[in-house]
Design a protein around this ligand. Structure first.
Ligand code: ZN
Length: 218
């Protein structure tokens, strides 16, 4: 879904004040702010230092406390509007310029069907619009349901992912020689992003940088 209908919807549900997504303090201003959190929660926001970021990954925070609350609330319809302030903070704190194309990490088909949207897509769309970069939502796609990850060892997990994520045939020309910014909400084992990077590189991408809101602690 590219374009204005969805953006108009986001604008419509974007409130001037809301309860803090972490501590639920009411009446927190959001429009024009650099964060959706109340001042106290933002003060304690678990920022990652540059050294704490996984190699090749631009990420804001540890996946805990207020960062966890934000990511969690983005997964529910009432929290859709948080995509904008979350992306705003990523754009402000991370080096996300100098790319040609922004794309989201695809979600499991079944999960996306249940939820109706992919939260990585919401972030990617907002980042692209703020940085004035090209954006494509479905360059990468999942071709089959992957086995439950908890049943697999690390190598099997990676293999499982490689088999399931592909660059869509009709999008190959969009990827070639492009510097790509690959966006997800959380970086966990890295298996998913590695699978995406591999597929994009094989399809001819010049460079792939990963950007996530949070990193789950190992
Ligand atoms: Zn708060």
């Amino acid at each position: 879904m590219k374009g204005s209908l969805f953006d108009a919807f986001l604008d419509l549900v974007y409130p001037p004040f809301h309860p803090c997504p972490h501590c639920r303090k009411s009446g927190v201003p959001i429009e024009g702010e650099e964060t959706a959190l109340c001042a106290r929660c933002f003060y304690a926001f678990p920022f990652l230092t540059a050294e704490e970021r996984p190699e090749g990954v631009e990420s804001l925070a540890h996946y805990r406390q207020s960062a966890q609350s934000l990511v969690h609330r983005l997964k529910y319809k009432e929290g859709l509007y948080l995509a904008r302030p979350m992306a705003k903070l990523m754009v402000k704190k991370l080096d996300l310029h100098h790319h040609d194309l922004v794309i989201p990490v695809p979600m499991h088909r079944r999960r996306q069907k249940q939820r109706g949207y992919n939260q990585a897509d919401l972030l990617a769309r907002q980042i692209a619009s703020m940085e004035e970069l090209e954006y494509e939502s479905t360059v990468l796609t999942r071709i089959r349901e992957t086995a439950p990850m908890y049943q697999l060892n690390r190598l099997q997990r990676i293999q499982n992912m490689w088999d399931s994520i592909v660059v869509r045939e009709d999008c190959l020309h969009r990827v070639q020689n492009q510097k790509i910014l690959l966006v997800d909400d959380i970086y966990t084992t890295g298996a998913t992003t590695q699978a995406c990077i591999r597929q994009l590189t094989e399809a001819g991408a010049a460079e792939v940088t990963v950007a996530t809101f949070a990193v789950a602690d190992a």
